[in-house]
Design a protein around this ligand. Structure first.
Ligand SMILES: CC(C)(COP(=O)(O)OP(=O)(O)OC[C@H]1O[C@@H](n2cnc3c(N)ncnc32)[C@H](O)[C@@H]1OP(=O)(O)O)[C@@H](O)C(=O)NCCC(=O)NCCS
Length: 179
């Protein structure tokens, strides 16, 4: 215990990670988070503050990634996020998170966000974003994660799109590093 560099929560100490050579169905780690947009989270325009929404998306995506990897994970990158629709105070914010693509140690999680009006029940799709998480071993180093089994047509389409986005993301990152 003393040579650990990270301090994972109790649940990871007591449960061995899954076999990284055995792929797991996408549906096993899909999660939905929901939270009320409350007055203390508003921006000066009186709608939901963007940073609060980003934190909410990050938490939903991280939970999904941890479910898939069976390990602690950290956020490695966020693709660009656009705020095209305001979320009003009093609406329910709903985030559906799903593993789109896995590399050796990283996972792209797609998050689709909706805002639900409590009076009418109408839901608006407000954002879609992609975040990459890296699983960690108990020394804080990247750890291998299982692959995914995309089963539905949507999961297969997202898997292929995720593969392309990963290539583009890593190319952009290499260009930035080279300056
Ligand atoms: C995550 C971390 C441990 C990875 O360490 P690293 O030395 O970059 O590890 P690697 O170079 O081996 O890359 C790990 C994975 O990230 C991927 N990766 C690298 N750069 C990336 C980028 N810009 N975007 C997405 N994925 C990227 C790599 O392809 C690799 O995935 P793979 O094994 O599936 O191919 C390290 O970067 C770190 O600790 N970052 C801080 C994380 C954090 O604190 N997040 C919260 C921020 S508030």
């Amino acid at each position: 215990m003393t040579n650990r560099l990270i301090r994972p929560v109790e649940i990871y100490l007591n449960t061995p990670p899954p076999d990284p050579d055995t792929p797991r169905p996408v549906r096993d780690s899909q999660v939905t988070f929901a939270d009320l947009a409350e007055p203390q989270s508003q921006n000066v325009a009186g709608t939901l503050f963007g940073g609060v929404l980003l934190g909410f998306i990050d938490r939903a995506a991280a939970f999904c990634a941890m479910k898939h990897a069976g390990r602690p994970v950290v956020t490695k990158s966020f693709d660009e996020v656009e705020f095209n629709e305001p979320i009003y105070i009093g609406e329910l914010v709903i985030a559906h998170a799903s593993v789109n693509f896995t590399g050796q140690t990283s996972m792209e999680i797609g998050v689709k966000v909706f805002a639900q009006n409590p009076i009418t029940g109408v839901e608006r799709h407000t954002n879609t974003c992609y975040a990459t998480f890296v699983a960690l071993d108990d020394k804080g180093r990247p750890a291998r994660v299982p692959g995914i089994i995309p089963e539905t047509a949507d999961e297969k389409r997202r898997n292929e799109a995720g593969r392309q986005r990963r290539e583009e993301r890593l190319n952009r990152s290499r260009k930035r590093t080279r300056g």
